[in-house]
Design a protein around this ligand. Structure first.
Ligand code: ADP
Ligand code: MG
Length: 729
């Protein structure tokens, strides 16, 4: 089949696609159920589950808040209930669902089928529920274990909901677990997160108790993730080796109109996409994931989904589940969901805003300013603690969001820069600034925003405006860590953020304790604490334009670090002074940190290498091939014209242009090939060379390939273009 026929057929196939209608859950009369009637129907409840007698339920509740440990008897009662519930819903298998350091999720399935003598039965024992033993040797461990110590254990995490995953021909009961080595070292993202959650509970509760909230006995970190993604048609995707192998385009020429008119953002959602979103939401609701907002994003083909926040551990698990659901439902709708931070050069990429706060059992949100923030010293203390935490541990926060893919986004004019600063908004910054000067703060009349349209309701101006350029912004009653990438397993930056705050929170408790013991009242104590932390950290607060080049200079004058690339950030993070708090707080063990470092660096290098190799192959097989076809056509045409004594100047110009481009791209491509194959003395050297030498070459190749694509007739271009990928649906 000729090239044009292949691409043309794909295009008309894609253009002719109809929206696929979803199976909305109905009652026995075929009437649509309300979402509240089927919400979490695929989730097993440990709390308030009427199937448990009251004594069992009470024991479970105690286990859940850490007042009792789970014994085998109780586990057996739960295992029986879970299994019967799952079988009732049609499950045949169960699996321990965990998050190895690969960044995605893993599962090993076992059938419930078992034998009693020679009689087939279904069985889930207490130990099968509580513990599994997958072979760990094939998961990354960053050199923390020798291969003979292949054993790894999965341990049930009671605080995250058990759920059922629907498949076309069967269902699987999924048990969220942590993944640890034979020596109890964390081999996953969840274990350190859980440790940080326990520490937050301990120290934030102490903080509240110290300042007079005696009824507080439990504090959690809360998290809500806004997830951005691209959708491209499956047929185009399968013809783009770069997208399949690396999740981003490595050759491609930008269309004339892309996002300049901002006509996609918040625009009407295309029908086929809306059908996909609705289908996804049904699945998410069944899984107990409260999907709340959906909209178009800035770039063509880009969208966002955000659920209502929950405790950080559940939110982290549910974000993984959400990504998996988006991916699988997309395929049902003949789409591919791309989570890469920068699938298309020169068009906005995707992030995953990590919204974060702390809240206690009595309903206090520690970052809620209330209507008089200047008198809310508990709130101001928390804000000043967070500022100090971000200033002190900026390197760890930068490293925790680092990945080969997020490097393309940070510092582009669409995403926060790699300088970690805090946006507080005018009001809060003004209040805190008074603590530095020692003056009293007098609030302005809260301004009304005049919309200029009488028919629109007048509304009060928020305490914080939106500042999209800040990597870490206060947004009303929570902080939003915006620099997190869309592919990230959010559990990792969450852990590092919790740890940074914990480090300062612990010191704060000591300070408060001393002051109160010396007879100072709570208000005066908090005022001193606020001044103390803000004095030390106000340099990290920046309300201005984070995209501007002036900020880069100013940040450096303020002494803030600007770790431009992941490799730089990892190497800094690996220095003792930048990570020892994680170890002192008991969130990572020394060995675990070492493996984390190695795994992340190796992953960076491997992903880059795959990109370079894929690009090089595509240049040879598609870009150069297309240029050759065009050259041959031009050459024949010139011969014909010469035979007819006709002028062939224009043809010759084209021939020279394409030949020049071909020469450049061929030579760069072979230089790239030889550098990939070079022997590097260490992963650090490799990473740094990949970043500073090979990546710029690869970007130049991308540019040249784009120029070639722009002059070669469409008929010779065999792979889907940016136009196809972004605009045809
Ligand atoms: P925006 O686009 O204005 O940032 P969204 O509604 O898209 O707002 O997303 C905000 C996210 O923040 C949601 O997931 C929301 O549930 C979450 N969120 C709100 N309050 C808190 C909180 N106290 N702690 C953590 N996350 C929160
Ligand atoms: Mg947001």
């Amino acid at each position: 089949m000729s090239i044009q026929i292949t691409r043309g057929t794909t295009k008309s196939q894609v253009f002719g696609r109809k929206s696929i209608s979803e199976d909305f859950p109905t009652n026995s009369q075929g009437k649509h159920l309300k979402v509240s009637q089927f919400f979490a129907q695929n989730v097993f409840k440990l709390k308030n589950n009427r199937d448990f007698d009251s004594e069992t339920q009470e024991r479970i509740n105690k286990v859940l808040i850490g007042q009792e440990t789970l014994d085998k008897n109780l586990a057996k009662i739960i295992a029986d209930k879970v299994m019967n519930w799952a079988i009732d819903k049609g499950a045949t298998h169960f699996c321990h669902w965990f998050q190895p350091l690969t960044g995605s999720t893993a599962e090993k399935h076992d059938a419930f089928l078992s034998f009693q003598g020679d009689r087939p039965i279904e069985k889930l024992s207490a130990s099968q529920l509580m513990q599994g033993e997958p072979d760990a040797s094939s998961f990354p461990n960053g050199g923390s274990r020798s291969t003979f110590e292949a054993r790894g254990y999965t341990c049930w995490d009671l605080t995250s909901p058990i759920f059922i995953k629907d498949g076309t021909n069967g269902k699987t009961l999924c048990i969220p677990t942590a993944f640890i080595s034979y020596h109890g070292d964390a081999l996953d993202v969840k274990t350190p997160l859980l440790r940080s959650m326990s520490a937050i509970n301990e120290h934030a509760t102490r903080f509240l108790n110290l300042i007079g909230h005696k009824e507080s006995n439990n504090v959690i970190a809360t998290c809500g993730c806004e997830q951005e993604y691209f959708l491209v048609d499956k047929s185009f995707y399968l013809q783009r080796e770069d997208l399949v192998m690396t999740g981003r385009t490595l050759v491609g020429s930008l269309t004339a109109k892309n996002q300049q008119l901002s006509d996609h953002y918040f625009g009407t959602i295309p029908e086929r996409v809306l059908a996909f979103m609705q289908d996804c939401e049904i699945e998410l609701y069944k899984l107990g994931i409260p999907a709340k907002t959906r909209h178009n994003e800035v770039a063509p083909g880009q969208f966002e989904i955000a659920p209502i926040f929950s405790d950080a551990n559940t939110a982290s698990d549910q974000n993984q589940l959400l990504m998996a659901t988006l991916k699988s439902i997309a395929e049902k709708h003949d789409f591919i969901c791309l989570f890469h931070e920068k699938p298309f050069a020169d068009i906005n990429g995707s992030g995953k805003h990590l919204n974060w706060s702390l809240s206690d059992n009595t309903g206090i949100n520690l970052l809620e300013p209330g209507s008089t923030p200047h008198e809310n010293y508990r709130f101001l203390t928390m804000v000043s603690i967070v500022c100090e935490a971000v200033k002190r541990h900026a390197v760890s926060l930068r490293a925790a969001i680092g990945s080969h893919s997020n490097d393309h986004r940070l510092g582009g004019h669409e995403a926060p820069p790699s300088i970690i600063s805090v946006f507080l908004g005018e009001t809060i910054k003004n209040i805190l600034d008074k603590f530095l000067s020692g003056e009293d703060y007098t609030p302005n009349e809260q301004e009304m925003i005049d919309t200029g349209a009488g028919q629109l309701a007048q509304f009060l101006k928020d305490n914080t405006d939106r500042n999209r350029t800040s990597p870490f912004a206060f947004t009303g009653n929570k902080f939003e860590f915006r620099a997190v990438g869309s592919t990230a397993n959010v559990g990792y930056p969450l852990t590092v953020l919790n740890a940074a705050v914990l480090d300062v929170l612990k010191e704060t408790n000591t300070l408060i304790d001393e002051k109160i013991n010396s007879g100072m009242n709570v208000t005066e104590t908090l005022k001193e604490v606020i001044a103390h932390w803000y004095k030390s950290s106000h340099q990290v607060v920046f309300n201005g334009d984070g995209y501007s080049s002036e900020w880069v200079t100013e940040a450096s004058q303020r002494g803030l670090s600007n770790l431009r690339t992941t490799v730089d950030a990892l190497v800094e993070f690996n220095k003792k002074e930048n990570h020892e708090h994680l170890i002192k707080l008991g969130i990572y063990r020394e060995r675990e940190f070492e493996s984390l470092y190695n795994v992340n660096l190796e992953k960076f290098n491997t992903c880059r290498e795959i990109e370079f190799r894929t690009q090089s192959k595509m240049v040879d097989r598609f870009v150069k091939a297309a240029a050759f076809r065009f050259k041959s056509e031009l050459a024949s045409l010139m011969i014909q014209l010469k035979n007819l004594n006709q002028d062939s100047g224009v043809e010759e110009q084209s021939l020279v242009s394409i030949s020049n481009l071909l020469t450049k791209i061929s030579s760069l491509n072979s230089d790239l090939d030889s550098l990939i194959n070079k022997d590097y003395s260490s992963e650090e050297e490799k990473g740094s060379s990949f970043t500073t030498k090979l990546l710029p070459m690869s970007e130049e190749i991308l540019g040249l390939a784009g120029e070639i694509e722009d002059i070669v007739p469409d008929i010779h271009w065999s792979i889907p273009s940016y136009f196809d990928l972004l605009f045809v649906r």
